[in-house]
Design a protein around this ligand. Structure first.
Ligand code: FAD
Length: 421
């Protein structure tokens, strides 16, 4: 017997899963969003106040995708009534990349860009220095990931989605009668469920759990009753039955996959670190940047609240992290990466105080080709858009995963699991 029956269950409420639940709820699909931790937690890939959004890729496939992503962000901003993206423009520079080759590719996709010398760029953005030619494009900036996750989840709930946080899916069992998800509750679980029009569960369960709920026949928890009070008796969470399950588990995907009828490629989870530096004179509006030399890629963007009370810039090494797993990562910041980033700040960003004011770690989930996995296998949709560049696509990824889940789109071969065979 299941406790919650929905058309689609989404496992994981990072940027990908939260956006998918939003897109499904927006289409009127009965959906449950199940998250192992409190929504907005910092254990995965989607926490923090800043992620770069931009148009520049070498590959025309991604150039087109970035255009669609900006359209999706606009829909998300309108529907959630929340400002998510802030445009600042972006610059690309560094000896590791021939930026002069990019403008024709960008123009072919209707993307406006300008090439300038390092000196011209330094004059335009006081406090920044550049190496070689500099490519600027205006349709770029940053998205507040924390705000986006919260807005997607909130709006999904407003549109009728069942939101279960602190609820870990322990097994996913496909069967002819619908896929069953078994879950466990963590202390502090809150269940906000709209099971049907007019029946809403607002439940708080923790040590000494009290359930103040309205149940109906279709929505039941494992409880016993005493003296009129229904008590949660074990950490077993609800059993959920869904026609389709979207697995948006980020770096936990390798943990959930065994036993499922899926063949995943080797996924490498790495622990990345980011550093925040206070701006000495915050008045010039800086663009986000990507710098590449022969062996290192460094990126930077406004920190938002993560950088502390003073205006700050987040600067980090792309793919500079150690291999780990979602369960064994240690959150220890690699001093070698701090040195590389701090040296970069001293050389190229004299407008920053070169002592980091904050630092944090975060997980990448890398596919072998750095393309995403966005595919459907029977009743399962796998949505794994990371490899360090998935945030900019989150609203679009959510819409795409939703379309895959309800059979309204076919997987793009570029993101299909079959490419790894
Ligand atoms: C340091 C860093 C900087 C980045 N910068 C950029 C950038 O500037 N631009 C850009 O485009 N991209 C960037 N990215 C990539 C982007 O942030 C990721 O692509 C995106 O956050 C991935 O989100 P996700 O939802 O797929 O994964 P996650 O955020 O990890 O979400 C997975 C969720 O699933 C939940 N979950 C897992 N297993 C279970 C289970 N069994 N039951 C219930 N819930 C479960 C987890 O708790 C988690 O909340 C960056 C990533 C990092 C780490």
């Amino acid at each position: 017997m299941s406790d919650i029956d929905v058309e689609v269950a989404v496992v994981g409420a990072g940027l990908t899963g939260a956006a998918t639940a939003w897109a499904l709820a927006r289409r009127g699909v009965p959906v449950a969003l199940i998250e192992a931790y409190p929504i907005g937690h910092s254990h995965g890939s989607s926490h923090g106040t800043s992620r770069i959004v931009r148009r520049v890729y070498d590959d025309p496939f991604y150039l087109r995708l970035t255009g669609r992503a900006f359209d999706s962000w606009s829909r998300a901003e309108d529907d959630t009534s929340t400002a998510l993206v802030r445009l600042t423009g972006a610059v690309d520079h560094g000896a590791g990349r021939n930026v002069a080759a990019l403008p024709p590719k960008l123009a072919a996709e209707g993307i406006v860009s300008t090439l300038m010398s390092a000196g011209e760029a330094a004059e335009r953005w006081p406090g920044m220095r550049f190496e070689g030619q500099v490519l600027h494009h205006p349709q770029a900036g940053h998205v507040n990931a924390d705000v986006a996750v919260a807005a997607f989840a909130r709006r999904a709930g407003e549109l009728g989605a069942t939101i279960l946080d602190n609820t870990r899916v322990t097994s996913i069992v496909p069967s002819g009668a619908g896929t069953r998800l078994h879950t466990v509750f963590d202390a502090g679980t809150r269940l906000h469920a709209a099971s049907d029009a007019g029946t809403r569960l607002n439940t708080t369960s923790d040590a000494g759990t009290r359930l103040n709920t309205t149940f109906d026949a279709g929505t039941r928890l494992h409880t016993t009753s005493d003296a009129g009070t229904r008590r949660h008796t074990s950490s077993a969470g609800p059993v959920i039955t869904a026609g389709t399950v979207v697995i948006a588990a980020g770096p936990w995907l390798p943990d959930l996959a065994p036993g499922l009828p899926l063949t995943l490629p080797a996924l490498t989870v790495t622990q990345q670190q980011v550093f925040h530096f206070t701006r000495i004179d915050p008045s010039p509006d800086w663009p986000v940047f990507v710098y590449k030399n022969a062996d290192t890629q460094i990126y930077g963007l406004p920190s938002g609240a993560d950088g502390g009370p003073e205006p700050a810039f987040k600067v980090a090494q792309h793919n500079g992290g150690r291999p780990t797993t979602a369960t064994s990562r240690d959150r220890v910041i690699d001093p070698a990466s701090r040195d590389i980033v701090t040296r970069f700040v001293r050389e190229f960003l004299p407008g920053l105080d070169p002592a980091p004011v904050a630092e944090a770690s975060c997980l990448y989930t890398n596919t072998p080709d750095e393309d995403f996995i966005l595919d459907r296998v029977g009743p399962l949709v796998i949505a794994s858009p990371c490899s360090g560049h998935g945030a900019k696509f989150a609203a679009l990824t959510g819409e795409t995963a939703a379309a895959l889940a309800i059979g309204d789109a076919a997987p793009d071969p570029r993101f299909a699991l079959s490419r790894f065979r």
